[in-house]
Ligand binder design. Structure first.
Ligand code: FE
Length: 285
């Protein structure tokens, strides 16, 4: 079985989004820096309310899914469907924008630490115009398991426990078959995880650092850099001298044209123009 190596590193860069939230963006910082079907990965991590208090007032999306995962702090989601969601440390939200959603994402705190992630994952052409939906995933609904040298939390797909069993997360059955793990490892701990051949995959260490172990040797991946993996059947990681906290994501690539204009991600320019027309006319969602 081929162990995947690091094929590309995309360092995160500071950006500002929403009404002035300070973020670090790796995937998606430019249109060439995507990993089909992943469009973007943002990390927000700050103890300073000035960095997050403005939040993300009402804004639209069409054509893809947004996934938010919180390590610390609280956010409130509200959308045009009348949903109110409360995101807290350890929890997640999986939102399918589909044909359109208008939502706000606002911090529920005026001080203290806010740390979390949002990634965007594309929908196939056949699902871009399906009705919007969203799901709050409470911290206690994310399975967490002790493993040798650390622990794993499974948000989507399943962790390969190594004994022939699998630990499934709450998100299953999507056409891109995403895997989304949060791994915390002690210094020098090793983890091996099966990944379907042909699925694109990347790592994002948000604390500490790690090395990817493969036939190419041990390739280091520093904190806050997205490490894109080559193809293969598994990935083997070794935590650095300070241990690590790392997100591991994989999904089936769509292989379709991507035309993005801000919060709209479609297959053609005409579909983007339609989204803009619909938004202006109040018929996006
Ligand atoms: Fe949004």
């Amino acid at each position: 079985m081929t162990s995947r190596s690091l094929s590309r590193i995309i360092p995160s860069i500071p950006v500002s989004d929403g009404a002035g939230v300070k973020l670090r963006r790796s995937l998606g910082q430019s249109q060439g820096l995507r990993l089909d079907p992943f469009l973007m990965l943002d990390e927000f991590a700050s103890d300073n309310p000035d960095d997050y208090i403005a939040g993300f007032p009402p804004h639209p999306h069409r054509g893809f899914e947004t996934v938010t995962y919180m390590l610390a702090g609280e956010f409130e989601h509200r959308d045009h469907l009348g949903n109110t969601g409360h995101l807290r440390g350890g929890g997640a939200q999986w939102m399918t924008a589909g044909r359109g959603i208008i939502h706000s994402e606002m911090p529920l705190q005026e001080q203290g630490r806010l740390h979390g992630f949002q990634f965007w994952i594309n929908l196939p052409a056949s699902e871009k115009m399906k009705p919007a939906s969203y799901r709050d995933i409470e911290p206690e609904d994310i399975p967490e398991r002790k493993i040798a040298g650390g622990r794993v939390r499974v948000i989507a797909g399943a962790f390969d426990t190594g004994d022939g069993a699998a630990l499934p997360g709450p998100i299953q059955g999507l056409s891109t078959a995403p895997l989304f793990l949060d791994l915390r490892l002690e210094a020098g701990a090793r983890v091996s995880q099966q990944l379907p051949a042909g699925h694109n995959a990347f790592l994002y260490p948000y604390a500490g650092s790690l090395s990817v172990i493969s036939g190419d040797g041990a390739q280091p991946l520093p904190t806050r850099q997205a490490g894109v993996l080559s193809d293969g059947e598994r990935v083997e990681l070794e935590a650095g001298p300070d241990g690590c906290g790392v997100l591991l994501l994989s999904a089936r690539p769509l292989g379709e044209p991507v035309v993005q204009y801000g919060p709209f991600v479609m297959n053609t320019r005409e579909e983007i123009e339609q989204a803009l027309d619909d938004y202006r006319a109040g018929t996006l969602a």
